[in-house]
Ligand binder design. Structure first.
Ligand SMILES: [Zn+2]
Length: 376
């Protein structure tokens, strides 16, 4: 068993049914949980400056190993002082292992016991990613939280998931063995598709390896919400109470509430910034598309109860005008709002758990929110 640094203590402050409130201590500051982490794929949260991320009080951001390894290169980032300095973000950062992107973006993938051969989606160059290589890249980048290298398999193929899970477990052991930096916390990733029995087996195995935290991976890849919830309910009693739990790649207002209700502490998703660039915003009652002509003379903010910079200063009519005129400020203003509202929901949920009123909070939220489709 490899011991983890004391810098990464997780303090569980309160638990109401399955919902948890805590603080994860890292070398770049405390992360209050539950929390939503905005995604900065290429060492930038699209359309936002670090100052704007501080203004919405983002406490943790995520960056993608696959992208930064291919461009500009992890060695270059290490030479320039690491990812925090390179992108001028002094609060905690999480990097993924590169696994998910290799399986979703790269060309000509070939998996063997040792790792994955693939061609870059940028220039077609040939690369070989292994657990050891993924950890080496993540050590060069220097994020506070790093992830074990895993395979994200087709969630519905039981036979393949059985095989892939055993390999992912061997890769988890190799990821732990490869890690040398004491100022980084390594999280293991529970896999197993939509199959609760495989998820359970995976959670039990990874728990025995004593990671600093545990992620649930391979979700939000086409399965139903009901299937996702069953997976979360299966792993919740197995994962250790004393470590943070991270639901990867999931983050709509509904997902946050549903995940927190099932014991999740940490979420990340590209959706708030991606939707913003497609003119769509989250509100407390559902999603709005600001292109709608009905907003052309609307003097109200996106959400009258929202305290974000965008809602305090701009009308729906102005935002719609920016969109119609193809002004890039619309991406910035909509991204500020979408990230703020997810952070705010996580802050409210956290306070409700501490106050013992989370059930009331969650029920009220779910009653008022009207999803437009299953994706929400
Ligand atoms: Zn707002």
């Amino acid at each position: 068993m490899i011991s983890q640094s004391q810098d990464f203590e997780f303090e569980l402050q309160s638990r109401q049914c399955r919902a948890r409130a805590g603080i994860f201590h890292t070398p770049h500051g405390d992360i209050p949980t539950p929390i939503f982490a905005p995604v900065g794929t290429q060492a930038t949260v699209k359309a936002l400056t670090p100052a704007q991320l501080l203004e919405v009080d983002a406490r943790l951001i995520l960056s993608n190993t696959y992208h930064l390894y291919l461009r500009p290169g992890d060695q270059l980032i290490a030479e320039l002082g690491g990812l925090h300095r390179f992108m001028n973000w002094s609060r905690p950062i999480l990097t993924d292992s590169g696994g998910f992107q290799v399986f979703s973006l790269a060309n000509n993938r070939k998996i063997d016991e040792n790792g994955v051969t693939f061609r870059s989606h940028i220039d077609g160059s040939l690369h070989y990613l292994t657990p050891e290589k993924s950890i080496e890249i993540q050590q060069n980048l220097g994020a506070d939280i790093i992830m074990a290298f895993d395979e994200c398999a087709d969630p519905y193929n039981l036979e393949y998931n059985r095989l892939a899970l055993q390999r992912t477990h061997r890769w988890a052991e190799r990821s732990l063995a490869a890690k040398t930096r004491p100022d980084q916390a390594l999280f293991g990733i529970v896999q197993g598709g939509i199959f609760p029995e495989l998820r359970l087996e995976s959670a039990e195995f990874l728990r025995s390896l004593n990671f600093s935290g545990y992620a649930v991976g391979g979700l939000s890849v086409g399965e139903t919400k009901d299937e996702m919830h069953k997976v979360l309910e299966a792993v919740d009693p197995i994962l250790p109470e004393s470590k943070p739990r991270y639901l990867m790649g999931v983050g709509t207002p509904l997902d946050l509430i549903n995940g927190i209700q099932r014991g999740i502490d940490l979420f990340d998703c590209v959706l708030p910034t991606r939707l913003a660039r497609h003119n769509s915003v989250f509100t407390r009652s559902g999603r709005l598309n600001l292109v709608n002509a009905g907003f052309s003379r609307d003097p109200l903010p996106i959400d009258e109860n929202c305290q974000c910079y965008t809602c305090r200063n701009f009308s729906r009519a102005y935002l719609r005008h920016l969109i119609q005129a193809h002004e890039i400020l619309s991406s910035t203003l909509l991204s500020i709002h979408n990230i703020f509202i997810l952070l705010e929901i996580a802050r409210e949920a956290r306070q409700a758990i501490l106050d013992g009123s989370f059930d009331t909070y969650a029920n009220q939220f779910l009653n008022e929110y009207h999803p437009i489709n299953e994706e929400e």
